[in-house]
Design a protein around this ligand. Structure first.
Ligand SMILES: [Zn+2]
Length: 241
């Protein structure tokens, strides 16, 4: 990625701006939630151990469904689907979860299905969600299982209805999956906003709110696209509890 897209000069970067795009499976006694669903659709990935498939700047080697199967799940078993936002690198396999209940902010839904031209959008990857069971939020937080352990939080700015995910893990403690509230840690330390955000002032306001929330809760924040963060974390089938 070109770091100047994110308001950061190459010489200001600690690492190269080469992103990873993880998906997260949340397992709760009352059901499951998948958070973000990949950047290359499974049907385009050979998944035979050969080279990764490349689509423009996006690349993937293993199907999401294969990785879920290794954990004992099929997409149709997943109770809830939520994506941080509608950009192409987060929605690739959304259609596979059309049997789940989709949790989305109204402003995001409207942007996703709007007839207006929108960049970084791939409507064919989520077209089947239109008929899915849906929980539509009005710029608000949502306690997914009703016990305060899995909370989707409204975090607009990057897109109109961007959201982040708060998890209260028994052993690990409080954790915030930041979606694309930040891509590079330097956006945070140098106070930079991506050039292509829907509303930069809104992003800054959301970031302030999230900082307050992190202080209140003592939560750790994971920047999803950040390679050094990804490198030090456990990956499936390992997990955090
Ligand atoms: Zn992204």
């Amino acid at each position: 990625m070109d770091p100047t897209l994110f308001g950061v000069k190459p010489e200001e970067l600690a690492h190269e701006a080469s992103f990873v795009t993880p998906c997260y499976l949340i397992v709760h006694p009352k059901g499951t939630l998948i958070w973000d669903v990949g950047q290359v659709p499974d049907q385009d990935i050979p998944d035979d151990g050969t080279e990764a498939v490349v689509q423009g700047i996006l690349k993937a080697k293993r199907r999401l469904s294969t990785q879920l199967a290794a954990l004992g799940y099929q997409p149709k078993d997943i109770t809830f689907l939520a994506m941080s936002h509608y950009h192409i690198d987060h929605t690739a396999n959304a259609n596979s979860f059309a049997a789940s209940t989709w949790i989305v902010q109204r402003a995001e839904y409207d942007a996703m299905f709007s007839d207006a031209k929108r960049d970084i959008r791939s409507p064919e990857t989520y077209s089947e969600l239109k008929a899915a069971r849906r929980i539509t939020l009005n710029n608000e937080d949502h306690d997914v299982f009703g016990d305060g352990t899995v909370i989707i939080k409204s975090a607009p700015g990057h897109t109109p209805g961007h959201q982040v995910l708060f998890l209260k893990l028994a052993r690990f403690g409080p954790l915030l999956l930041a979606g694309d509230l930040y891509h590079l840690p330097e956006e945070r330390t140098l106070d930079r906003v991506p050039t292509f955000d829907f509303d930069a002032a809104m992003t800054r306001q959301t970031r302030r709110k999230v900082d307050e929330f992190l202080q209140q809760t003592g939560a750790v924040m994971w920047i999803q696209h950040d390679p050094p963060t990804y490198a030090r974390l456990k990956k499936a089938p390992q997990y955090y509890d």
